[in-house]
Design a protein around this ligand. Structure first.
Ligand SMILES: NC(=O)c1ccc[n+]([C@@H]2O[C@H](COP(=O)([O-])OP(=O)(O)OC[C@H]3O[C@@H](n4cnc5c(N)ncnc54)[C@H](O)[C@@H]3O)[C@@H](O)[C@H]2O)c1
Length: 316
């Protein structure tokens, strides 16, 4: 049994991770300020004696009574509507000051720390698919920069702590992931389309829908981040993780409407600034070092996610 800290633990990925870690018999300390997360996401495990929730914002240092073996640093709003507007400065602070606070905690505990980085560090990529050696095409002053540059700076901090402080680090670059426990209101494409279709509302596509995305089912993602955390010490990453099957946003919308049998119409709105046109991970490194590749393809993952949102929407 390990003692494991999960920041962002009531969010979409964090709560799925906490459930997995508790099911494996670990002791989990879940830290979150519940900005985009919710205690509902951890309702299945909240009473477990191995689970502890601490409401805390990681931009201030965290003092723990117990020793920690591993830290998954997932805290950060992840959807553009959640990190833009009034939360942009807080998002940069979460990435950088929050990252620093967690690195200091890792140092104090001699813990291994995993950083949830993102495909957004590649920006509007000029190389396709994106491999880890690609350095990206990010607008440093645009409306997505708080997140993209925040995550880039966090990667830089992690590697400086690795070199200067000899901390054990793991950096994963996560590509678009979907599945149960996504927040229905946070404006991500899969949850938006499913919720709109289930409620027979118009399906909103930004741009002409020809932009591509690759969608990874959450169980595949959780499996690989756990493998990464427990991989040999010398493998720090960064490593791309995601599903390399690429779909246009139009294809995704059509699939969702057909699966739900919805009467929703597809409508088009202007593309927001700096929206990437193509996204597909090169996962050669993850296959080689972590013996991992996604098992759940889009049709199966969408069916499971639609089931989840049906239950959430009828509960309201
Ligand atoms: N889901 C994806 O497709 C995806 C893709 C790339 C990267 N990521 C990264 O994975 C991590 C988790 O993403 P997610 O999809 O679960 O998003 P999410 O918004 O559901 O979860 C993030 C969690 O962090 C919490 N949080 C935000 N700021 C905080 C702060 N200052 N202190 C404490 N808690 C804070 C939120 O309340 C939320 O529970 C994020 O770091 C995100 O950047 C996710």
């Amino acid at each position: 049994m390990k003692r494991i800290l999960v920041t962002g633990g009531t969010g979409f990925l964090g709560s799925n991770l906490c459930v997995r870690l508790i099911s494996e018999g670990h002791a989990v300390v879940c830290v979150d300020n519940n900005y985009t997360g919710s205690l509902d996401n951890v309702s299945d495990i909240i009473k477990s004696p191995n689970f502890k929730f601490i409401e805390h914002d990681i931009t201030t240092p965290l003092k723990l009574d117990e020793h920690i073996d591993q830290i998954y640093n997932l805290a950060c709003p992840a959807s553009p509507p959640a990190y833009q507007g009034k939360m942009a400065i807080q998002t940069t602070k979460t990435c950088i000051i929050g990252g620093l606070n967690m690195l200091e905690l890792a140092k104090k505990n001699s813990a291994t720390i995993l950083q949830a980085s993102t495909s957004e560090i590649y920006g509007d990529a000029l190389e396709h698919p994106q491999s880890e050696s690609y350095r990206g095409n990010v607008n440093p002053i645009g409306i997505r920069a708080c997140y993209d540059e925040g995550k880039r700076c966090a990667e830089s901090l992690f590697f400086d702590y690795y070199r200067e402080e000899k901390i054990d680090i793991k950096v994963v670059r996560i590509f678009n992931t979907y599945g149960p426990r996504m927040n229905p209101d946070d404006g991500r494409v899969v949850s938006n389309f499913i919720c709109q279709a289930l409620q027979s509302k118009d399906i909103t596509i930004y741009g002409d829908g020809s932009q591509t995305r690759s969608f990874c089912y959450v169980d595949d993602l959780i499996e690989v981040i756990v493998r990464m955390m427990n991989s040999p010490k010398e493998f720090t990453g960064p490593v791309n993780i995601g599903n390399p099957c690429e779909f246009t946003v139009n294809e995704l919308a059509e699939k969702v409407v057909a699966k739900i049998g919805s009467s929703s119409k597809i409508i088009y709105k202007p593309l927001p600034a700096d929206d990437p046109k193509q996204r597909r991970p090169d996962i050669t490194l993850a296959k080689e070092k972590l013996c991992w590749e996604p098992q759940v393809m889009l049709d199966e993952g969408l069916d499971k996610t639609i089931q989840y949102f049906k239950a959430v929407i009828t509960a309201f």
